[in-house]
Design a protein around this ligand. Sequence first.
Ligand code: M6R
Length: 608
Amino acid sequence: MCGIIGYIGNDNGVDYVLGGLKNLEYRGYDSSGICIINNSSQTNLIKQVGGIDKLVQKIKITKPNGKLIIGHTRWATHGKPSTQNAHPHFNNDRSIFIVHNGIIENYLEIKSKLTSRGYKFISETDSEVIPNLVDFYYKKVNSLSRAFRMALSDLKGTYAICLVSTIEPDKIFVSRLGSPLVIGKTKDKIFVSSDPSAITNKTKTVSFLNDFDIAEVALKKIKIFNQKGNKVSSAKFETISHNDSQNNLGDWPNYMIKEINQIPEVVELAIKGRLGANHQIKLGGLDDVSTQLEHIDRIVIVGCGTSYYAGLIGEYLIEEFANIPVEVELSSEFKYKNEPISRSTCLIAISQSGETADTIAALNKVKDFGVLKLGIVNSIGSTISRMTDAGVYCHAGNERSVASTKAFIAQVTVLSLLALRLAKTRNKSVDDLMEDLLNLPDKIRKVLDQSEQIQKLVHKYIKYKNFLFIGRKYNYPIALEGALKLKEVSYVHAEGYSAGEMKHGPIALIDKSFPTIVIATKGDLYKKTISNLLEIKSRGGPIILITNFQDQKIKNMVDDIVYVPESGEETAVQIISVALQLFAYYFSLALGKNIDKPRNLAKSVTVE
Ligand code: M6R
């Protein structure tokens, strides 16, 4: 949450920093700010409540310029969105400026220690202690480099920090612990960013910092230290591939609809080179651990939000095809559980961003257990992709809308491939799923062709304030995901339930003001789900049925039906999810909400 940018170069970097912040806005968008230090060590601090466009407007008035700049886009943790709480924060004599992502857990302790020594604080944030603590040590040791390291060793919690100062106006001091930072360079410019995708339009030559790294970034030299002050190494740079077209809207009105419409190609990319027309599975990312994979007898999947729901689908897929017991746990619960884990267990972390704090904590928890750690991650080079022993990238491209759409479909596609890769026997259902996956992109295109019909349906139901989503087996997790999507982008109350659980409580909610979206696909459980549908009908609840089965008998019993292309139950998951994503999208559009940046949310949840 929160995005950080730093710049040092030979020319004016204001536009670079604003462009970078715009690319990072998905990480937080309640307030923003930049600090510019010019050649004569004068500082220019501009902060603003609201998104980056507002900051740009403010900056246009004074047209500042400078070659040493830090910028920040905030998702509030300590203190409401306000100019005073916005970053950059500074010390009392305004010579040291910082931007911070993460949470300083012992900030109250540090604040009271500094207050007793005469320091004044003007914000409610935890971050403001950092420049003042550095100032406190600087006055003792007269070296900014040492003062920065001393301050870092006092901090408890998580951080990515960029610091600039009029004391040394040719350097950016940076460090990370539990929150990502990457340095990018060209011949005459250096960028620091929370996410490489924010700077790949400027450079693809990047160096990822590791936890506890402290870097002193100057144009001529980048030195990396550990907290004791020992120079560990020079920064190691690599070239990353990145498609920058993901970072602009093109002709689309917002990212959510752009990304939903990218799904057919995303599925093609996720299976490309991994599943051939000859029905062979090749997951190159797992080659190095294939012997270990032979010996696993239990899988624990961890993830949060949408990635957790993808994990629930993975459970059905892996148990069905590979016959390996799977448990799926919310990362935030798993990390505090005393769960017995043997060495033959494999932990799979699912994450779009690869930076989710709880999922990182879940991986850290099993660090010394000797278990195989796999990642199903979208963001290349992210922390989770680097923490795991092996993994399979989703290749969904950069996802900008806070509500995950294409990445979820890619996660489920990768989980299907993984289930097939782990399958020990080759039977008809394995072949059927492979064929279904190859045909999936075209079937999803057919759902996208129904966008107008789904939009009309939304207009009919726009007056309702509550929705229930129900399904069985594979359709249960997508009921959960469909409800999450609707509440996330439209702020309308929605619950996902297993259809089989209705009689155990939730049916009490049903009346004519509470519509249910019933997901029932062709197969063994169709009739059972229809029985649940009829029970809701008898209690006056409006019903929208989403199905791939042309059942004449049901037509007159429901209020509305959305037919999607027929497929096996495993890939119906992705097909129906796209219809549910469109439903949520048009709901949000009709209500005039901020679709890509829903209130109170951020794309990447990098704090607990
Ligand atoms: O980056 P991750 O997949 O680890 O993120 C997990 C959740 O925060 C994320 O899926 C969230 O639930 C989305 N906003 C859902 O649309």
